[in-house]
Ligand binder design. Structure first.
Ligand code: 5GP
Length: 218
């Protein structure tokens, strides 16, 4: 029997650097995979279908909602994003830990449906850093309306931090990845996550002859 993988939910305001950080995290932690979301938005020039996202038409996304295909889904900046319930389950059943990089609305849904999910919120060092990073990205619409909206959303998102289990500040990428790595390793050592190992080790104790004064034995 294989150990069931952890479900880790990571959220961060747009511009925090979560894509880079999670990319390095999964490279550094064997057995940890990033879930590939479905989205109705168009691919950016550097993005590849089936690698960055599964890009689907809005009508197909709606059909998937109706079919109950999503563990969670949300409308983010007017585009639909969702996590496949079946793909997540397949990875976990194969013993892989899965990290979902999703917005705060999606994280709320996962918490309701999967009580054992581990929530991590990644913060930028300051609001100013976030603003500078978003400006530097140069992906925003002329006139700055998209930038303003992302910054307004960021203010609302940080108000949700208390619903997460861990907070990590992305002040320096490697340090941030290292802290995330330690969180994953610690979560793997929780008694609840170790049931499978505990059972197989404790069985070897029962095989001992004669019993060596375990509580309750005479
Ligand atoms: P982007 O379009 O810049 O790739 O992502 C925009 C936002 O959508 C980010 O905050 C990202 O975390 C969120 N997002 C990406 N995939 C999912 C998903 O499957 N579910 C939810 N709820 N949010 C997602």
């Amino acid at each position: 029997m294989t150990r069931r993988g952890l479900l880790i939910v990571l959220s961060a305001p747009s511009g925090t650097g979560k894509t880079t950080v999670v990319g390095r995290l999964v490279e550094r932690v064997p057995g940890l995979v990033r879930s590939r979301s479905y989205t109705s938005r168009a691919a950016r020039p550097e993005e590849v279908d089936g690698v960055d996202y599964h890009f689907v038409a809005p009508a197909r996304f709606r059909d998937m909602i109706d079919a109950g295909a999503f563990l969670e889904w949300a409308d983010v900046f007017g585009r639909l994003y969702g996590t496949s319930a079946a793909e997540t389950e397949r990875s976990r059943a194969a013993g892989l830990d899965v990290v979902l990089v999703i917005d705060v609305q999606g994280a709320q849904q996962v918490r309701r449906r999967a009580r054992d999910a581990v929530g991590i919120f990644v913060l930028p060092p300051s609001f100013r850093t976030l603003e500078d990073r978003l400006r530097g990205r140069g992906r925003e619409a002329p006139g700055g309306s998209d930038l303003e909206r992302r910054l307004r959303t960021a203010r609302r998102e940080v108000e949700m931090i208390d619903e997460y289990d861990y907070v990590v500040v992305n002040d320096e990428i490697d340090a941030c990845v290292d802290r995330l790595r330690h969180i994953v390793l610690a979560e793997r050592s929780r008694v609840a996550a170790m049931r499978h190992t505990i059972r197989s080790v404790v069985e070897t104790f029962d095989a001992l002859e004669p019993p060596v004064g375990r509580p309750g034995t005479v």
